[in-house]
Design a protein around this ligand. Structure first.
Ligand code: FES
Length: 66
């Protein structure tokens, strides 16, 4: 089963449950999900208004328009 999820966050959510913060992935691309592993950096050059699909190797392509 595959699932397409539309996300627009380009960085993590910082959570501070104690003295050491935790960074939770909000871009959906982390290989250590739910924790941020820095992969969100690949989102930095996404153009506004584009819908992109990332494959398991981190390669992206523009999603076909519905
Ligand atoms: S927010 Fe997803 S990898 Fe950092």
């Amino acid at each position: 089963m595959a699932r397409l999820v539309k996300l627009n966050a380009t960085g993590p959510v910082k959570v501070e449950p104690s003295d050491k913060p935790i960074f939770v992935c909000a871009c959906g691309l982390s290989k250590k999900f739910p924790f941020c592993d820095g992969t969100h950096k690949t989102c930095r050059d996404e153009a506004e208004g584009q819908t992109l699909v990332y494959d398991e190797n981190g390669q992206r392509r523009e999603a076909p328009r519905a």
